[in-house]
Write a protein that binds this ligand. Structure first.
Ligand SMILES: CC(C)(COP(=O)(O)OP(=O)(O)OC[C@H]1O[C@@H](n2cnc3c(N)ncnc32)[C@H](O)[C@@H]1OP(=O)(O)O)[C@@H](O)C(=O)NCCC(=O)NCCS
Length: 168
């Protein structure tokens, strides 16, 4: 898939270095947008990074540079395996508002549909209004919130749950 010089693909274990680069950039540049901390991930071994690629991870590349990422985490229980959570959503600042995030979401939605997912879900900080508007524009709706779901610098912030059906 090509979005104005940006190529999006499902990465394999041989591209773990690109995964590491963009994920650590996301956690460093936008720490308040994620439930994980940079410090949690920078200490992972190469094998632990590879293990995280057991779940699908899509990366946007511009001239071989990773510039965006989205991952998919499928529910494990058999009665819930039609649901998956979108994780690690990030596009580098210079490519926001260009459609790269939409293309990543399209790629992950197509993949999810192909593996039998009926519903995409995600969590977003109640203070991350830009991301929430992006998700709303893409058909996600708030389905609930966990009060004080995230503790950041001693401050409790609500975690908003959003969902979008992939099938009618
Ligand atoms: C969430 C994200 C992937 C959406 O991608 P995007 O390209 O910005 O999506 P959109 O083009 O729909 O823009 C979303 C909002 O950011 C604004 N925006 C666009 N370009 C921007 C830029 N260069 N810098 C900052 N904000 C920008 C848009 O105007 C829009 O706000 P609006 O609703 O008031 O118009 C991206 O904003 C991002 O990586 N954010 C940081 C990480 C993050 O929050 N991840 C989500 C975790 S749940």
């Amino acid at each position: 898939m090509d979005a104005g010089g940006v190529t999006i693909r499902l990465i394999g274990a041989d591209e773990v270095e690109a995964f590491r680069r963009i994920r650590l950039e996301a956690l460093r540049v936008d720490p308040s947008s994620f439930a994980s901390r940079y410090e949690d991930w920078e200490i992972l071994s190469l094998q632990e990074w590879r293990d995280r690629l057991n779940e699908p991870v899509f990366i946007a590349f511009q001239e071989d540079e990773p510039v965006g990422i989205m991952g998919l985490f499928r529910q494990r229980s058999s009665k819930m395996a039609h649901r998956a959570t979108i994780v690690m959503v990030y596009v580098c600042a210079k490519l926001r508002g260009t459609g790269v995030a939409v293309k990543l979401l399209e790629a992950i939605s197509n993949h999810a549909r192909n593996i039998g997912i009926r519903q995409l879900e995600l969590f977003v900080s109640a203070e991350n209004s830009a991301a929430m508007r992006f998700y709303q524009r893409q058909g996600f709706a708030e389905i609930g919130r966990i009060p004080g779901g995230v503790l950041e610098d001693g401050r409790e912030i609500d975690d908003v749950m959003m969902a979008r059906r992939l099938v009618g």
